[in-house]
Design a protein around this ligand. Structure first.
Ligand SMILES: Nc1ncnc2c1ncn2[C@@H]1O[C@H](COP(=O)(O)OP(=O)(O)OP(=O)(O)O)[C@@H](O)[C@H]1O
Length: 709
């Protein structure tokens, strides 16, 4: 019997097919498992036929129904693996298939596909233009170096003409995948040695001989990051019937390497720009940790309840709904975990004070003590110095470093300030209430005096955790191998918590990894959004230097983001309604559209206007079920961790982003001022990077200074 394999490109087309067409695909696939190779060729219904003028002689089409054709690569070397590469409307199938050529990469040994016809047509034109170019992108690399990285003759000739990264980007969809990735890394300034190590060596089979094995079956087996091989009928129906989530199967080698490393000697840190699959890596790590021993318990944390719910759903998908495995994972926010610890070990649930009440308490403190500081300054001192360093006495406060604060406080000033802290805490006690961070401090004390609750802790969205929350996580697991697996992106820090992980007993030295390929957004959305951050540097996750987005890129392409200003807010909202209707008319489901703004007031207006023209709308804060119809509306903060096919960012207006009230005046604290502005900038970055295919940013009046020109 032949075997069947599916290329990544197949899932992209299969996932958007109508149900009856999918049923047709399933029926056709079953034949591959029931019939012998000669029977397949003779089957009338399947109609396995060669493609006229195909550049790859192995190219075949099969009939799905009157309108749809499957494109298949059939072995011609005596091997028996058929590769399903695409499902395309009948008329396009032959042209699509005729232009594609599959080859084995000489370095990685994986199967790659190129648009051979387009490369042939473009190369002579580009060669003419290259003669007069001032410089060429790959001029400094010799043919030998490029060959060693797997670049073949046709690609070499083509890319010798490329002048810059923009031109390379335009070429990307035509190039064979592994070769394209090698070129992207080189274009970003990585050395050939680094590229060999990170791209080639991670894919190349350990037992690779001097020359590539030309068998299609071998190349397919070597392409685990882009091809799934199906071994039996059950597996086939399983993967065709479930909604296909590529991330469950196709991990990029850099993702697989971090998630499935057998063991780490201590805490691990995985960073990467938005959409690089950090959450995916965290979920796979949980799977790996569960598989290592039958009774390990894992704590998986994230930042919000909504994200915890989505982790739960995706982990169930990854673990095939295995309840015994799922029962060994606690998925929650750090705050909820700390609340649970305090409730259990103190014997009663703490009662929580909201942010607004907390601000009011600080106002009372300032009024009562007549101190020379604003309530904002005191609240920040309390959060960023006292709770961050867990200072419990005036002596400790006197001796503490205030590194990172923009105003000096002498010993006398600190003595003057400490009564404010004592008064604030006594007011909290009077009200029998406490704050999230105080609960965390209490939970960390309780954990230190009892024993860890879990064998492993996996932390997603780590960039916004406060030191008090890190202390809880440190206490949840005993220090040692595989204790903490931490994923986060400091470019998405929107709550201004800076930490030194090392000072909290979490040292990741020698165990840091970075993911660079964005799987969510198009390169156009990414380039535009990354420009929001180009004027600034961002402190890294562990507080030991700065982070960078170098080499961060996407393999997807699409339309340029739109950025439009309007005379009034009314006109802006009217344009939003038209845009959303336009997206829906293009076949995008309302639930695949996200609309966000800095404030709820503007979202309320958008809600009313969309509802008035019968566009279904729901608020993300109401926790709609994944399948619930309706355009999702959320504040920029609530967009963290989410993604949508289309995103409209409303109100990117100078008065809203940055929002002056949330920015400490430079006269009060210059460093805090800068860090507040950075936080507001990151907020716009987070909002824009939620978009997969389309991004529209708008404002009324003057644009936010953070919107790239
Ligand atoms: N190997 C993969 N193959 C296919 N899709 C992937 C892969 N890895 C991640 N994705 C998809 O890319 C998108 C982003 O992944 P994920 O949410 O894990 O990224 P992230 O780095 O956590 O993003 P953010 O920091 O913006 O929240 C998701 O839709 C995910 O399913």
């Amino acid at each position: 019997m032949p075997q069947l394999a599916f290329a990544h490109s197949f899932w992209e087309s299969y996932d958007v097919l109508e149900k009856p067409v999918r049923a047709g695909v399933r029926k056709a696939m079953q034949k591959f498992q029931l019939l012998t190779v000669p029977e397949l060729h003779m089957d009338k219904g399947l109609h396995l036929e060669s493609v006229e003028n195909a550049r790859d002689p192995r190219m075949r089409t099969i009939r799905i129904n009157d309108f749809w054709r499957g494109v298949v690569l059939a072995p011609d070397d005596g091997s028996d693996v058929f590769l399903l590469v695409n499902v395309v409307p009948h008329d396009d199938a032959y042209t699509w298939a005729a232009k594609r050529l599959y080859t084995t990469n000489s370095a990685t040994r994986a199967l790659e596909v190129r648009n051979v016809v387009a490369i042939e047509q473009l190369t002579p034109v580009l060669e003419k233009a290259a003669v007069t170019a001032d410089s060429l992108l790959f001029a400094k690399y010799s043919d030998t170096v490029l060959h060693e990285l797997g670049i073949d003759e046709q690609v070499l000739r083509a890319i010798r003409t490329i002048v810059d990264k923009v031109q390379l980007r335009a070429f990307e969809t035509l190039l064979p995948e592994d070769q394209c990735e090698v070129l992207q890394y080189l274009a970003e300034g990585f050395s050939p040695e680094e590229v060999y190590r990170d791209v080639v060596a991670t894919r190349r089979p350990v037992d690779a001989g001097p020359d590539p094995d030309q068998s299609l079956a071998v190349a397919i087996a070597n392409t685990t990051s882009r091809i799934t091989l199906v071994t039996g009928p059950e597996e086939l129906s399983d993967i065709l019937e479930k909604p296909f989530a590529a991330w469950r199967v196709f991990l990029h080698p850099s993702q697989r390497r971090v998630a499935y490393r057998v063991s780490y000697g201590g805490p691990v840190q995985v960073t990467g720009g938005p959409g690089t699959g950090k959450t995916v890596a965290a979920l796979h790590r949980v799977k790996h940790l569960l598989a290592r021993s039958p009774d390990t318990r894992v704590l998986l944390t994230t930042y919000t309840n909504a994200l915890a719910a989505s982790l739960r759903e995706n982990l169930a998908l990854l673990l095939d709904g295995d309840d015994a495995l799922l029962a060994r994972v606690d998925i929650t926010t750090v705050n909820a975990y700390a609340h649970g610890i305090v409730t259990r070990l103190d014997g009663k649930a703490p009662s929580l004070m909201g942010d607004r009440e907390e601000r009011q308490l600080w106002q009372r403190v300032v009024k009562k003590l007549g101190l020379p500081w604003t309530e904002q300054f005191l609240a920040q001192e309390y959060r960023h110095v006292i709770l961050a360093q867990d200072l419990r006495t005036l002596d400790a406060y006197r001796a503490a470093s205030r590194l990172g604060r923009g105003s000096a406080l002498s010993a006398t000033r600190r003595e003057q300030l400490w009564p404010a802290v004592e008064l604030f805490e006594s007011l909290l006690r009077d009200q029998k209430a406490t704050s999230h961070l105080k609960i965390c401090a209490r939970a960390a004390d309780l954990l230190a005096a009892s024993s860890p609750t879990h064998d492993h802790v996996v932390v997603d969205e780590a960039q916004d955790l406060h030191p008090a929350q890190w202390r809880v996580l440190r206490g949840a697991v005993a220090p040692g191998s595989d204790d903490l697996f931490i994923t986060g992106d400091p470019h998405q820090r929107i709550y201004d918590s800076r930490v030194s992980l090392r000072s909290l007993g979490i040292s990741v030295t020698g165990r840091t990894h970075r993911l660079r390929i964005n799987y969510r957004s198009t390169e156009e959305i990414l380039t535009w959004s990354t420009d929001i951050l180009s004027p600034v540097t961002v402190e890294d996750l562990g507080g030991e230097g700065s982070d960078t987005l170098a080499g961060y890129r996407s393999l997807l392409h699409g339309r340029q983001p739109q950025a439009d200003g309007y005379g009034t807010e009314q006109a802006e909202v009217a344009a939003l309604v038209e845009r959303v209707q336009g997206w829906i008319a293009q076949g995008i489901r309302p639930s695949e559209i996200g609309v966000c703004a800095r404030f709820n007031v503007l979202l309320d207006k958008a809600y009313d206007k969309l509802a008035a023209v019968n566009v279904p709308v729901v608020r993300v804060r109401d926790n709609p079920a994944p399948g619930e119809d309706g355009v999702r509306l959320a504040t920029m903060h609530a967009m963290k961790g989410l993604e949508f096919r289309c995103i409209a960012v409303l109100g990117a207006t100078a008065t809203a982003v940055p929002f002056a009230r949330e920015v400490t005046p430079a006269s009060v604290d210059a460093l805090q001022h800068d860090s507040d502005l950075l936080r507001e900038r990151c907020l716009l970055f987070v909002a824009c990077t939620r978009a997969r295919e389309a991004l529209a940013v708008s404002w009324s009046g003057t644009a936010s200074p953070f919107v790239p020109r």
